[in-house]
Design a protein around this ligand. Structure first.
Ligand code: RP5
Length: 194
């Protein structure tokens, strides 16, 4: 485990090196030492935001405190490792990681924490199949719970993260049940042209 002082240095480095790319509306720029967030939504590039925002929006709609960051397994390997190693101590309960192409982000994070890590394969030049296989095909011993490619996967990662937290949170369980009920009602209310 890196000493506390190294983590601080790494945080500053990320800010300097990535600049505004790590800043998203309504979310913190880089991790504070302690977080009120229960779920972190991490993505390999700012270009993943249009997909990963569905995770953030779903968590927000359920009232699950969250934070979002850009961290890359390849481009910021030290910072990604530091983030994963500190995640549990910072109070996070679940990490959602979205990446595309040679998508190692979820696996690298999972290698450094025993928190549940949910992987979202981003749609890519190969329709996301590369991202899906890179995220899902982990060797035995380091699990990544992999969701569907793209927007649906991001939304479901948030719902699954909420379900994990809801095992010990009755209020959140009630919210998830209300969400399912509303969803069923809207399917049954669908009007067809014929
Ligand atoms: C991955 O490479 C990212 O997760 C993203 O999906 C993909 C392309 O990144 P950019 O070249 O758009 O930054 O690391």
């Amino acid at each position: 485990m890196l000493p506390e002082s190294s983590i601080e240095k790494i945080d500053i480095f990320v800010l300097d090196s990535v600049g505004e790319a790590v800043s998203f509306p309504g979310n913190s720029v880089m991790p504070a030492k302690k977080s009120s967030a229960l779920v972190a939504v991490v993505m390999g590039s700012k270009s993943d935001w249009e997909t990963m925002r569905h995770a953030v929006e779903t968590l927000d709609s359920l009232g699950v405190a969250n934070e979002a960051h850009v961290l890359s397994a390849h481009r910021t390997p030290e910072q990604t490792t530091a983030f994963a190693r500190k995640a549990s101590d910072r109070g996070l309960r679940v990490i959602i990681a979205g990446a595309g192409g040679a998508a190692h982000l979820a696996g690298v994070i999972a290698a450094h924490t025993v928190l549940p890590v949910l992987g979202v394969p981003i749609q890519s030049k190969l329709q996301g199949l590369d991202s899906l296989l890179s995220t899902a095909q982990m060797p035995g011993g380091i699990p990544v719970g992999t969701l569907a490619i793209g927007d649906a996967g991001a939304k479901n990662a948030a719902l699954l993260a909420a379900a994990i937290i809801a095992t010990h949170d009755k209020k959140l369980r009630d919210k998830l049940e209300a969400f399912r009920k509303k969803q069923s009602e809207s399917v049954l209310a669908a009007k067809l042209p014929k």
